[in-house]
Each structure stands twice: as structure tokens, then as C-alpha cells.
Write a new protein. Structure first.
Lengths: 385, 83
């Protein structure tokens, strides 16, 4: 690595790739609901897949705030790419923070050297989208695991090098006693059960599968899933997803600002009608940016403090980030569309906003806000602070 | 007089709301002393962006950029070279 390259941050390098490589392909990724291959080829070139792996293990050793900024840059140009990147980093965070055995150290080495793409299968058919319960279970056969899961969605499953799968710890375990198993591509069979033809996030390629996997028992992560969920999955997911939505909002606001500037230029002296509404949009955008950046910084500041991470207050705060951010982005994008008007409603031209609008609505639905609100409502019954 | 300078003078005459005619000003005259307000300078900038099909970058959005005809011409030429 040259000195100049080493001095540039992860997010600066990702921003450049987003502008030069990912943006130009985004419309095609969306139209064809195809995996953004060019995006990940370029991100792997700079080692972005191992962003969270410590420097001493060959990664970037990036903070969640820095990975968040990179995610936001991606979201400005292609929300699907940003979402895949975020979901990968969530699994990578689990591997970094919870994979203590030599087997997982070796997987981190592969993550650095081969820039593996990590996916996850958490939701399951018949459990109503509650990722904290499973019906499938890890069966033990000698020193090997075997599991089968009917998953209604697995994002970019066919493009991943490994899928992190939740399941009950044993066939006798209750639904909430879960473990996370790292199913490597070579240990996996995926039988498609549905298509992925959606309004937004089309490039995440997330159809349903019956997933079957068999491999060494050492690929089951030691920590109970409930623990990993509180300490890593929940805060990292909500922070990084928030940055995806912030990226979408960035793009919408930028489009609205460009439009108002153009209108102002053609008639100096008259404030264009959209300018006042732009104030509203920019105000909400600042709320979203502060909220999401703050969430990542908050996690970084307590990343090693298990007492805080597993506290009720922290879980509520992270749930709130998800609820606020996923609704703010819809507000920001739809108000930006009002500013831009028909030029944004068009599917062609420099102000087209259709993809931003469609992507923006995804946030509130993926891990449905009503489910999260229900979880928070329960937590609030015991929360005293 | 350069093309840029001619257009800048036209824009300033139209949007600058100066207390004196632009024709009487030389390139170094202090425009703020000649009656340019910050509100009018925004309109001058917008009109210049339209006339030259450029965008003033954040770093040029300061009082000094619109301090004199010469300063404005210099800024516009600089943006057009960058574009």
C-alpha cells in the first residue's frame, strides 16, 4: 500500500468508488434486480469487506462510525449496495466480536485475504419474522452439525461466501435458545422457494430458500445468540441500516437543493416556491444525520462495556434509532419530491427520484417498525431511567 | 475588456442594485461601498451561475469574491477553468 493510499480513510476511498463505479451502475442494478457485482469487485479491491477486522489481523480496524460513513456514501449512490454492505458488516462484527476460537480466527484471515462476502438467514417461515426465536435446530451428528431452515428471505444468498444462520441450539431447546452457525458456501445447499421482485432494494436479491447445511460443529459460534444480539447485532444493525437510509436522504436532499438552485438562477431576486419547503427538508435531514451518526458513536464509546450494551436502556435507545431513522427518511424523500415536483416524478432526466422514493419505504418494513415498537413497549414496562 | 468582464458588468447592472451605474466603475472599485448588499450579491451570484452555466463552490462564497468587478471576473474565470 502506498503512503498516499494509507493516509486516506476507508470512507474517503469508498466515496470515490461509490461516485465512479457504483453510481453509474445503480439504475441497471435496480431495473434488473441484479446483484451489484461491479460495486463489490471494487470494494474488495480496497479491502472494505474486512473493514471491522482489527489492524493486527490485517483489516482496516475501522470504528462503527467510520463503517457507517462508508455505508452512507454507498447509500447516496445505490441503496442496494449500501444495504448489502451493511448486512455483511453486521455479520463481520459478530465474527470479530464473538468468534474467539482458532477456527474463527482463520475465517477472519480468509475474510481479509479473500474478501469474503457474509450473509445471514435470521427470519424463518412460520415464526412471523421474530428473529429472536427459531423453529429449526442444530442437530449434532458426531463432531458435525446439520441444520435445515425454511427462510422466506436470504439477502444475496447466491452471491455470499458464507451464511450466518440462527437456529435453536439443540432439537430439544426452546424457541428462544438460539445459536448462530457459520455455514460456508461449500457446506451449503440452497433450494429457491420464491422470487425477489420488490419496490425497492431490488439489488439485494433476497428471495426465499430452503437452506440445508452440514459442517464441523466448530462452526457454531460459542456465545448464545441472545447475547450476540444485544451486544452486537442489534446496535450494529440499527446504526448501519440508519446510515443506508441517511445516504438515501442525502441523495434526495441534494437533488432538491440542485433543483431549487436552478430555479433561483433563472429568476434572481425571487425566492423559488420550493425554497421554503427545502428549509423543512434540510432541518429534518440534520435530525436524521445527527441521530444516525450519534448512534454509531454511542456504540463505539461503549463497545466493550457489556453492562451498558446488555442494559434495557441501551436496547430501547437502539430501537428508537431504527424507528426514527426509518420514518424520517420517508418524510425527507417525499418532501424533497414535492420540492422537485414533476421533474422528480419523471423516470428520466437529471432530477428523477423514483428509485429514492421506492428505496426509502423499505426501511420501515424490514424488521417491521410495529414489531420493534412492540418490543420497546415491553421493555418500557420495566425500564426506570 | 474580456468577454467575462462584459457579461459580469451586465449581470451586475441588472441584479446588483448599486447606487451608481456600473459603467462608471473601474475593476477595482469597492462594490459594497457602491451600494452592493449581501442580499443583492446572492442574486448576482445566481445570475452569474445562470449566465456562465457554472456553480460557485462553497470556498468562493465569501464577501471578498464580490468585493469588486475584478474579483468577480477572477472568480468566474477560476470556476470556468476548473469546470
Amino acid at each position: 500500500m502506498s503512503t498516499v493510499a494509507a493516509e486516506r480513510t476507508l470512507s474517503e476511498r469508498v466515496a470515490e468508488i461509490a461516485r465512479d463505479v457504483i453510481g453509474p451502475a445503480a439504475a441497471d442494478v435496480d431495473a434488473k434486480a441484479r446483484f451489484p457485482h461491479e460495486a463489490f469487485a471494487a470494494l474488495k479491491e480496497i479491502g472494505a469487506m474486512s473493514a471491522l477486522v482489527p489492524v493486527e489481523e490485517g483489516g482496516w480496524g475501522a470504528s462503527l462510525a467510520e463503517v457507517g460513513r462508508a455505508t452512507e456514501e454507498l447509500g447516496r449512490y445505490c441503496a442496494s449496495t449500501a444495504m448489502i454492505f451493511a448486512m455483511h458488516q453486521i455479520q463481520a462484527a459478530c465474527l470479530v466480536r464473538h468468534g474467539r476460537s482458532p477456527v474463527f480466527a482463520d475465517l477472519r484471515r480468509r475474510l481479509v485475504e479473500e474478501q469474503l462476502l457474509l450473509a445471514s438467514a435470521t427470519t424463518e417461515l412460520g415464526i412471523g419474522g421474530d428473529v429472536r426465536t427459531s423453529s429449526c435446530a442444530v442437530e449434532t451428528v458426531g463432531d458435525r452439525y446439520r441444520l435445515e431452515k425454511n427462510a422466506p428471505v436470504i439477502s444475496y444468498a447466491l452471491h455470499a461466501d458464507a451464511i450466518f444462520v440462527t437456529a435453536r441450539a439443540t432439537p430439544d431447546s426452546p424457541p428462544s435458545d438460539q445459536v448462530l452457525t457459520v455455514c460456508l458456501k461449500e457446506d451449503l445447499q440452497l433450494e429457491p422457494t420464491s422470487e425477489w421482485d420488490t419496490l425497492g432494494f431490488r439489488g439485494t436479491c433476497s428471495p426465499g430458500f430452503v437452506l440445508r447445511s452440514e459442517g464441523p460443529l466448530t462452526h457454531v459460534l460459542d456465545d448464545p445468540y441472545g447475547d450476540m444480539s444485544a451486544r452486537t447485532m442489534l446496535p450494529v444493525s440499527h446504526s448501519l441500516w440508519g446510515h443506508v437510509w441517511l445516504g438515501i436522504a442525502d441523495a434526495a436532499v441534494e437533488t432538491a437543493r440542485r433543483f431549487v438552485r436552478k430555479a433561483a438562477r433563472s429568476k434572481p431576486g425571487t425566492t423559488p416556491p420550493g425554497a421554503l419547503r427545502l428549509v423543512e427538508v434540510v432541518t429534518q435531514h440534520q435530525q436524521l444525520a445527527e441521530l444516525v451518526h450519534g448512534a454509531a458513536a454511542r456504540f463505539d464509546s461503549v463497545a466493550d462495556d457489556d453492562d451498558v450494551l446488555t442494559s434495557v436502556g441501551f436496547a430501547i435507545a437502539m430501537n428508537n434509532v431504527k424507528l426514527s431513522a426509518s420514518t424520517l427518511v420517508i418524510d425527507i424523500v417525499t418532501k424533497s419530491l414535492l420540492v422537485v415536483g414533476i421533474a422528480g416524478y419523471r423516470e428520466d432526466g437529471p432530477f428523477a427520484m423514483g428509485r429514492l422514493v421506492r428505496d426509502a419505504y423499505g426501511g420501515a418494513l424490514m424488521v417491521n417498525n410495529d414489531r420493534i415498537a412492540g418490543n420497546t413497549a415491553q421493555l418500557l414496562l420495566v425500564h426506570k431511567d | 475588456m474580456s468577454d467575462t468582464s462584459t457579461i459580469v458588468r451586465t449581470v451586475l447592472e441588472e441584479h446588483g442594485r448599486l447606487a451608481v451605474p456600473v459603467t462608471g466603475l473601474d475593476d477595482a472599485t469597492d462594490l459594497y461601498a457602491a451600494g452592493l448588499t449581501s442580499h443583492a450579491s446572492v442574486n448576482v451570484m445566481l445570475a452569474l451561475e445562470d449566465a456562465f452555466d457554472v456553480e460557485f463552490p462553497e470556498r468562493l462564497l465569501k464577501k471578498a469574491t464580490f468585493g469588486s468587478l475584478g474579483a468577480i471576473v477572477e472568480a468566474v474565470d477560476e470556476i470556468r477553468v476548473d469546470a
